[in-house]
Ligand binder design. Structure first.
Ligand code: NAD
Length: 248
C-alpha cells in the first residue's frame, strides 16, 4: 500500500522511538520525508533506514521549542520539496517530579518542548497544509486525559496538545485541513525508562499500564500513518487512545 506517494511529510522527534517508527512507516508507504530532531546521530540513522525504501529524505537539526528553528524547519522543507502534505508533531520530553518540588525551570521546559513546540510547528505548517488540504498528527498522551502522578507538567502539556488540536481542527475544517492527536500509553521507547525522584509510589504511577501491557513504537506509527492518510478523511479533531484499554 502506497498511501503517501507524491506526498511530503514533515516529522519532528524523528531520531528515536515513535518518531523514527512513524518516519519509516511513511517512507515505506511512498512519502518524501523531512525529518527533524535535536539528536543528530540518531536522526541520520533514521534517515539511512528511511532511504532504504527508495524515497527522498532530508534531515535538519531543529529544537521544536525554538521559534526561529521551528519556523525555518517548515520553510526549508517547503523550499526543498515545493509542498507540504503532512506534519507529524512527535518530539517530546518527560521528566518526573513531586509537584511541590518541581522547579519552575523544569515546568517551563516541558511545556516549551511538548506544547509550544507543537504550536510553533503547526503555525508554520498550516498555510502550506491549506494549499494541499493536508493533515496534522500531534502526539498527545493518555497523561493528557487522566492524572499522571509526578507528571503534572507533562500531563498539562499533553492536555494542551489535545486542546490545541481540537481548536485547529474546528478552525480549518472547512478549508480541508485535518488535525488529530494520538494518546499512547506504555510504548517501549527511551521515554519509557525515565528517572524517578525519591519517594515515588510505583503502584500509583503504573496503575493503567498494569492492565495494558507494553507495545513497541510501530503500533503507534500505524495509527500516525492512518490519520495522516486520506483513509481518515472524515476524522478530524479527535484524540485517539492507543493504550490497550488502559483508560477504557
Ligand atoms: N513512550 C510512550 O509510552 C509514550 C506515551 C504517550 C506519549 N508519548 C509521546 O510520544 C512522543 C515520542 O516519544 P517516544 O516515546 O518515542 O520517546 P523518545 O524519547 O524515543 O522520542 C522523543 C524524541 O523527541 C526528541 N526531542 C526531545 N526534545 C526535543 C526538542 N526540543 N526538539 C526536537 N526534538 C526533541 C528526542 O531527541 C527524541 O528523538 C512524545 O511526544 C511522547 O510524549 C510516548
Amino acid at each position: 500500500m502506497k498511501r503517501f506517494q507524491h506526498h511530503v511529510c514533515y516529522v519532528t522527534g524523528a531520531s528515536t522511538g515513535i518518531g523514527r517508527s512513524s518516519a519509516l512507516r511513511l517512507a515505506e508507504e511512498g512519502a518524501a520525508l523531512f525529518l527533524t530532531d535535536i539528536a543528530a546521530e540518531d536522526l541520520e540513522e533514521t534517515a539511512k533506514l528511511a532511504r532504504e525504501h527508495g524515497g527522498d529524505v532530508e534531515t535538519r537539526i531543529c529544537d521544536v521549542s525554538d521559534e526561529t528553528q521551528a519556523g525555518e524547519g517548515i520553510a526549508t522543507c517547503v523550499e526543498r520539496y515545493g509542498r507540504l502534505d503532512v506534519a507529524c508533531n512527535i518530539a517530546g520530553i518527560l521528566r518526573f517530579a513531586h509537584t511541590h518540588e518541581m522547579s519552575f525551570e523544569n515546568w517551563r521546559r516541558i511545556l516549551s518542548v511538548n506544547l509550544d513546540g507543537v504550536f510553533l510547528t503547526c503555525r508554520a505548517a498550516i498555510p502550506h497544509l491549506l494549499e494541499t488540504r493536508g493533515a496534522i498528527v500531534n502526539m498527545g498522551s493518555t497523561a493528557g486525559l487522566m492524572g499522571l502522578p509526578y507528571g503534572a507538567a507533562y500531563g498539562a502539556s499533553k492536555g494542551g496538545v489535545h486542546a490545541l488540536t481540537r481548536a485547529i481542527a474546528v478552525e480549518y475544517a472547512q478549508r480541508g485541513l485535518r488535525c488529530n492527536s494520538i494518546c499512547p500509553a506504555s510504548i517501549e521507547t527511551r521515554m519509557a525508562t525515565p528517572e524517578f525522584p525519591k519517594g515515588v509510589d510505583m503502584d500509583l504511577l503504573m496503575r493503567p499500564a498494569s492492565l495494558a501491557g507494553t507495545r513497541g513504537p510501530d503500533e503507534v506509527a500505524k495509527l500516525v500513518a492512518f490519520l495522516a492518510s486520506d483513509e481518515a478523511l472524515h476524522i478530524n479533531g479527535e484524540e485517539i487512545r492507543i493504550d490497550g484499554a488502559a483508560l477504557a
